[in-house]
Structure formats: structure tokens, C-alpha cells
Design a protein around this ligand. Sequence first.
Ligand code: MTE
Length: 335
Amino acid sequence: MLIRSKQAGELTEAQVTDESVYRNRRQLLKQMGFVGLGGLLANPSQAGVWSWLGDDKPEASLPERAALSYQPASPISDPLTSESKVLSYNNFYEFGLDKADPQQNARNFRADPWRLQLSGLVEKPIELGFEDLFNFPLEERIYRLRCVEAWSMVIPWVGFPLSALLAKAGINSSAKYVAFETLYDPKQMPGQSSRMFGGGIRYPYVEGLRLDEAMHPLTILAVGVYGKALPPQNGAPIRLVVPWKYGFKSIKSIVGIRLQSSQPETTWNRAAADEYGFYANVNPQVDHPRWSQAQERRITKGGLGSDSRIATQLFNGYGAEVAGLYSGMDLRRYF
Ligand code: MTE
């Protein structure tokens, strides 16, 4: 990942370049493997720019997904993002860098059979197969998802609290952190072996939480979305959802969960520590070095004029539930 910062006030590339030209340049950089989270790296406000242009390809027809039984959520006041948008506008670099790539390139991804291992500082390591993932009491959770790239969605996930799984294994008192790992299978995930496809980050994708964050009741493992099993592009068969943190913490297609005493390495922190912190709590007062985090583009159904620009909320609006986890912490330092 190439990193360069610019002085505030410099014109963005979109302001000085014809759109088709800069899209072509983006393509070229991508082929060279020089694209990171947020898109074109030489542009300080790129997250917003790409988002505003709606970098979309036509939506393909949706594949069949298994219906799930779950306890429905009470509605929230934010309008839901349409199912077709949730399933077609994705970040999943293992399947390509454009938002439309994962839906296209993950079509034949095989999530069954699956093996999820829970290990490390636990009393009893656990291994779950595909069917086991759906054997927890499932509940719907309607959460805002705020991407570090300054766009957001409102998504009805189906899943279960991560704490329910951790409790089954029994947590050893020396465990302080939880590390997560995505499947490593370059045959199925072309981005893992190609800089052009996968942006040049190190794979497998890894993430981590402090143990108290992992045990928080808002933190879930999702196995479904919109009432049906997750499609590959959203992280089938099982992914993390931590709604008060930037979306990159919500790691997809998890095969490993490990309890440990030290803070785990995380993919984006390792790629650019000054841009992506371990905590990654949504915070409108702490800007990304290359763009503001004060506002976000709320995606409802996509398409010209349907999205709105709204103020970003501290902890993505979940402060009443989670602020206590960080009392006394300097959120600028631990960003
Ligand atoms: N997990 C893996 N393994 N690979 C990724 O590229 N992208 C992250 C996160 N989880 C990513 C990932 C980012 S940046 C975001 S915003 C969310 O997934 C997007 O989730 P969605 O596509 O289901 O909306």
C-alpha cells in the first residue's frame, strides 16, 4: 500500500481531472498493485470522492440463499439500505478492489464445508463445522455500518453474540485479546495471490479486539443478512460485526478465533499504522490523515441522488452502550 499525504486545501484529482481520465488512471494504478483501502492513494479526500461518484457497475441477479429462523429485531429509525445494495457494494479485497468485484468474483466461493477453530487461552478449544454455525439461537440486529472510507449503510444482520461462542470454550484468566483470521485459499480468493487483484496487503486478513470489546453484547458473529444466509461477498459463512468501529474491523469468512494475552496484529494497522489504528472506533473528531471523518455518505438504495450526506456520530451512535469501554483513554492517541 502506497501512502502519501497532501497539504489541506490542495485540489483533489477529481476537481482538476475529467472523471473518465482519473478512473482510467485508477485502473492503471490498480494493475500496478498500488491501491489501498479508500481507493486512489495520491488523493487526500479520495474516500469521499469515490463514494460521491457512486463507483458502481450494474447489479447482477441475486443468487439463492438459505432462509434462516431468528428472533426479529425491533425497527430503528434509520431507513435500511436496500438488500441489493448491501449485496453488491462490498469491500472484500480477497475478491478484488472495486465495490462490484466481490459479488462477481465470489460467485463460486464454497463456504460449505467450513471449519472454524476457537483456540488459544481457553479451557476447551472448539471446532465448528458449517452446520454448527447455525445452531446458536439466532437474532436479527439492525446496525449502522460505517466504513473508514466515509460511506455508511444500515444493515439487518442475523447472528449471535460472539460472547456466546467464547463462553462455550471457557475463557482463561490470562486472555486479554481476541485475534481473528479469514480463510487463506488463494485458489478461491484470487486477491490473496495477486497484487493486482488484492491490493498488495498481506493475507490472510487478520483482525483483533480487546477481550471486553469482544464480550460486549453489541459484538456479533453474523451468519446471515436480510433474513437469509450470508452470500460470499458479505463474508459467508460467518463474519464479525462490531457496529461502533470502522467496517474494516468486521472481518469476513472467519476460520480462526484465538484468545491471547498480547494485542494481535491487524491487517490494516500493519499496512499503514498511522492511518488505521488498532481500535478504529468511529470518531468524527479524529480525521483519517487523507480525509475528514466528520461526515459520511449514507447509502440507502444507491443511484444518483438517493444517498445523503450526514454527520458522523462518535462510536457510530452507540456511545451510550460502549463509551464506558474507553473511559480515561485518549481517543486521539488510541485511534
Ligand atoms: N474482511 C476481509 N477478510 N477482507 C476485506 O477486504 N473488508 C472490510 C470488512 N471485512 C474486508 C473484510 C471492510 S473495509 C469493510 S467496510 C467491511 O468488511 C464491508 O463489509 P460488507 O461488504 O459486508 O458491507
